[in-house]
Write a protein that binds this ligand. Structure first.
Ligand code: ZN
Length: 186
């Protein structure tokens, strides 16, 4: 489990070290809910990624990846969950909320979490090729931005990774089968 802390921003006279407000059990509980969302994506042949937004112990937004279904590049799990959460509280500010997502947020979703002022971000698996909250860059803890979040990686990491690994393995097998089928002589 890796934890990123914000360094103090001396120029603003801040010395902020953000910490988690949740217990280990709460983190696991809400990540389970995000995994439940990921399974909804899996059921409709979408890459299994799920997210929930939590406020005061209550899930106020849920989302699963719908990129293929909608053919919309912005329909990531986190975007859908954040939109639903904003609608629920009637505000674009999700201060004091937590975002749980099975895969490390991309630049768009890390940006949306920042702009909606999500306080804490928890993710399961790292995304070494696209992650923007620790892997390639860290939008959530970059002190040049106005808003920082606490970030914690590796919550139920094995379960989150397995979902993706199984999905892509099955996809490769299907493609292999399909190409074999088409190459068979008539
Ligand atoms: Zn994203």
């Amino acid at each position: 489990m890796t934890v990123f802390f914000c360094e103090g921003n001396e120029s603003k006279g801040k010395n902020v070290e953000k910490t988690s407000t949740l217990t280990k059990e709460e983190k696991a509980y809400f990540m389970c809910a995000a995994i439940g969302e990921a399974k909804k994506a899996q059921a409709i042949a979408e890459v299994p990624i799920g997210a929930v937004v939590v406020l005061e112990g209550e899930i106020i937004g849920r989302g699963h990846n719908l990129r293929e279904t909608t053919q919309d590049a912005t329909m990531h799990a986190e975007m859908i969950a954040i939109r639903e959460a904003c609608a629920k509280v009637g505000s674009w500010r999700l201060e004091d909320s937590q975002l749980f997502v099975t895969l490390e947020p991309c630049p768009m979703c890390g940006g949306a979490a920042m702009l909606s002022r999500v306080e804490e971000i928890y993710f399961g698996a790292y995304d070494p090729k696209g992650g923007a909250t620790g892997s390639l860059l860290n939008l959530a803890t970059d002190e040049r931005f106005n808003h920082w979040s606490y970030v914690e990686a590796g919550i139920l990491q094995a379960e989150c990774s397995d979902l993706l690994r199984t999905f892509f393995k099955e996809l490769r097998q299907k493609k292999k089968f399909a190409s074999k089928k088409t190459s068979l002589p008539e």
